[in-house]
Design a protein around this ligand. Structure first.
Ligand code: HEC
Length: 143
């Protein structure tokens, strides 16, 4: 009797392990920063980040070349400035701007998603912006 219970417990453990590794394999193949860039940023900045998106002709200001951020900053990726500019924390310094305030956009979509459930909006917004930063960093021209 006890052996059967033990075997069953072992089997369900194995099953959980299979499901678990299956899920983490899926997570590894997702490129969150790239996906978000293509969905939310490419219309203005272009798929390659160089500033030739489909709506660019209708903007008052041309979007900057995001693949030249490091090149224009002495070879160092200006992570802090880029973070603030995506989050919208630099508005006071720049006055009006055409780019949406992504910090607010992500905060609102988290509120819609979690509704009454407890969640950490700061952590969610930061994770989404950091995944974009990681993708932008990969997009930098090497020379
Ligand atoms: C509606 C068009 C539009 C969209 C969509 C857009 N941007 Fe922008 N972006 C701009 C414009 C225009 C500027 C120049 C500053 C300004 O006037 O807003 C800019 C500036 C920036 C800068 C500042 C660069 C620097 O030199 O500091 C970064 C970084 C940036 N965008 C990243 C993004 C990311 C990441 C997304 C997607 C989540 C995005 N943008 C979506 C239009 C857009």
């Amino acid at each position: 009797m006890n052996t059967i219970k033990l075997v069953l417990a072992g089997l369900s453990g194995a099953l959980i392990l299979v499901i678990h590794t299956g899920a983490s394999a899926q997570v590894r193949t997702q490129d969150l920063g790239k996906r978000e860039f293509e969905r939310s940023c490419a219309s203005c900045h272009g798929l390659d980040g160089k500033g030739s998106g489909t709506v660019t002709p209708w903007l008052k200001k041309s979007p900057p070349d995001l693949s030249a951020l490091s090149k224009n900053n002495g070879g160092i990726f200006p992570a802090d400035r880029v973070y603030k500019s995506i989050a919208g924390e630099d508005i006071a310094a720049h006055g009006s701007r055409e780019m949406p305030v992504w910090g607010q956009v992500y905060r609102m979509s988290a509120a819609e998603y979690y509704m009454e459930q407890p969640y950490n909006d700061e952590a969610i917004v930061r994770a989404r912006i950091l995944s974009l930063l990681e993708y932008l960093n990969r997009m930098q021209q090497t020379r």
